[in-house]
Design a protein around this ligand. Structure first.
Ligand SMILES: Cc1ncc(COP(=O)(O)O)c(C=O)c1O
Length: 320
């Protein structure tokens, strides 16, 4: 880091100094309508002096799927993007919990609706994002008056930047009404997700979550927690449509996502969830997730890509 931003970002195949990565003001607007992105986390482990990128391959695979769906041609493969991210984290000396955001955008063609080109530009930026796992954070949520976009309108299963206008409307409404989080129903009136996270609930010891045809992002954290809950905690999983009122009678409800990690919900529409504090399943999953993402628990090593900070020596490009 230098000042308030990292030294470098990666842009179209090379590392560029932060201040030098600029575009003309007329690029504002249309260029992002067609853009897609990823949100990835690296967790710092002070014991090993190493940071681990969590499920990097799966995030990059989803980025390529998102690009495919919005007809942006792939220019870099998973191997090149993996190397780009690891080098960037090393050169930005990310010895803390870090958020990594690749953004792929339409790099050519008219800035209107008439006609398009498949040529993609791509940048990758990093920024500090401290984990709130095990911090005791609990949020209050409301069911939004906005419905989640459905697959026949815009594809919620990918990280399409335009999708986030829908989530933003719900988030603003919730905040203005004094809540921390919004929960969106889909157009069928079933529970979908929060503006930036998926949702899980616990009923009678079973872990229940909307299936991936309920207008939700194909979330990597959701996949991670379902696997951990089933394989490590032996829980019964139900992936299915979820009614709104199931939220109000649930024993536990929490949000999950790369940025949200595991965020327990203490109250929805003024119905207390359980006793308002994180329940036993949420706490067990949070502990397991915390230990696995940081490499404290050796299980699932295939989900953690070491950045190489433990062995890095000063090799920054252009530094003299
Ligand atoms: C709309 C939405 N749903 C769910 C999630 C969770 O997805 P993931 O676990 O892949 O980060 C996110 C992003 O974090 C999101 O933006």
């Amino acid at each position: 880091m230098s000042g308030t931003h990292p030294r470098y970002l990666w842009w179209n195949g090379q590392q560029v100094r932060w201040e030098e990565a600029t575009v003309h003001v007329t690029e504002l607007g249309w260029s992002t309508v067609g853009a897609v992105f990823e949100g990835i986390r690296a967790y710092w482990n002070p014991e090993t002096g190493e940071a681990y990128v969590f499920r990097l391959r799966e995030h990059l695979e989803r980025l390529l799927r998102s690009m495919r769906l919005v007809r942006l041609a792939p220019r870099w493969g998973i191997g090149e993007l993996t190397e780009a991210i690891l080098q960037l984290l090393r050169d930005n000396e990310c010895r803390e919990d870090t958020y990594i955001q690749p953004v792929a955008y339409r790099a050519a063609g008219p800035k209107t609706l008439s006609g398009f080109a498949e040529e993609a530009g791509l940048y990758i930026a990093t920024r500090p994002m401290p984990s709130h796992l095990l911090s005791g954070k609990v949020v209050r949520a409301r069911v939004s008056s906005w419905r989640r976009i459905s697959d026949d309108i815009m594809p919620p299963r990918i990280k399409n930047i335009s999708n986030y206008r829908n989530g933003q409307l719900a988030a603003m409404e919730a905040q203005l009404d004094g809540y921390d989080q919004a929960i969106l129903l889909n157009v069928q009136g079933k529970v979908a997700e929060a503006p930036g996270a998926c949702l899980m609930l616990v009923r009678d010891g079973k872990l229940v979550t909307p299936d991936i045809t309920q207008s939700i992002l194909e979330s990597i954290t959701r996949d991670t927690l379902l696997r951990l809950a089933r394989d490590e905690l032996g829980l019964v999983i139900e992936e299915r449509p979820v009614d709104r009122t199931e939220l109000y009678v649930a024993d536990e409800v929490f949000l999950c996502g790369t940025a949200a990690e595991i965020t327990p919900i203490g109250e929805i529409d003024r119905y207390p969830i359980g006793d308002g504090h994180p329940g036993p399943v949420t706490r067990a999953l949070e502990r397991l997730y915390h230990d696995i993402v940081r490499g404290i628990d050796p299980r699932r090593a295939e989900w953690r890509t070491p950045v190489g900070l433990a062995t890095a020596v000063g090799t920054r490009p252009g530094d003299d």
